[in-house]
Design a protein around this ligand. Sequence first.
Ligand code: ZN
Length: 71
Amino acid sequence: MEFDSDSLLRQVAEENQKRIDDLRCPVHGEAPRIEFLSSAGSIAETNLHTCCEVLTAMVHERLGVEKDTTS
Ligand SMILES: [Zn+2]
């Protein structure tokens, strides 16, 4: 039986989208968007779309993404 990683990743993307649905950029008032990418024969992936780095940082904080500490 083949494991359907495609739909699993889609589920994760939808869950994450719900978790950040109420976030708005304080600068532009834009909402973040998670896009699910899938093409036949290749690995599916998700893309985060934001208007700027401020919103990206807010999304990462909400989702608990590790920050890059290199400076
Ligand atoms: Zn912004």
